[in-house]
Design a protein around this ligand. Structure first.
Ligand SMILES: [Zn+2]
Length: 197
């Protein structure tokens, strides 16, 4: 979508890594949390997004931000200060059951890093990488208890943003259950409405 609409793809993970690599004061703050394996607080996350993205360009897709109601309010405030507004907030709607199945089924090659899914993108031979023949393992973020906790966090912390953007008339829902190509086409339609080319 970023390519299709000539937008910068700004994922929070990439932005954090870039800030740390630059060694800026902000990057050093972020680094302390990442090194300690702690979640970067809302307030600091918002400052990084503002400095690295919102202050730099007006054409971007934010990926992984906002993730909490507080971050949603922070974003609204930083855009308001610049007399800007979001075009659209896209919500990929997926049942907990399907999200659980998709996330826990992911497998990664221990050698070359290739990704698989036991049901949706299985390797030719069970547990073995098609590309290099090495063993596949469960990704560290795909263990069942980890996924259960992520889904719980999503319901509690992120889901309230759906109502937040609905109230502002910015929310578009895309059904995420269909195949990837279909989800991509639906997303494109939603973005075309918000940002006619
Ligand atoms: Zn491999």
């Amino acid at each position: 979508m970023a390519e299709r609409f000539h937008l910068e793809h700004a994922s929070t993970g990439d932005i954090f890594r870039r800030a740390v690599a630059e060694g800026s004061p902000l990057g050093r703050e972020v680094e302390e949390y990442l090194d300690a394996g702690k979640l970067v607080p809302d307030e600091l996350t918002s400052r990084v997004v503002e400095q690295m993205v919102v202050a730099q360009t007006t054409d971007y897709i934010l990926d992984g931000y906002p993730r909490t109601l507080q971050q949603g309010r922070d974003l609204e405030e930083m855009l308001r200060r610049r007399s800007q507004q979001l075009d659209v907030a896209v919500y990929f709607d997926l049942s907990d059951e399907l999200a659980f199945e998709r996330l826990t089924g992911r497998r990664v090659c221990t050698e070359c890093g290739a990704n698989y899914h036991v049901k949706f993108m299985p390797p030719e031979k069970d547990g073995v990488c098609d590309r290099c023949g090495a063993e596949l393992e469960v990704r560290s973020d795909s263990a069942e208890d980890v996924v259960r906790e992520r889904l719980k966090q999503f319901r509690e912390k992120t889901y309230p943003l759906v109502a937040f953007y609905e109230e502002r008339g910015l929310l578009e829902r895309v059904a995420a259950a269909p195949a990837p190509g279909e989800v991509a086409r639906a997303t494109e339609q939603v973005m075309l409405r918000a940002r006619p080319q």
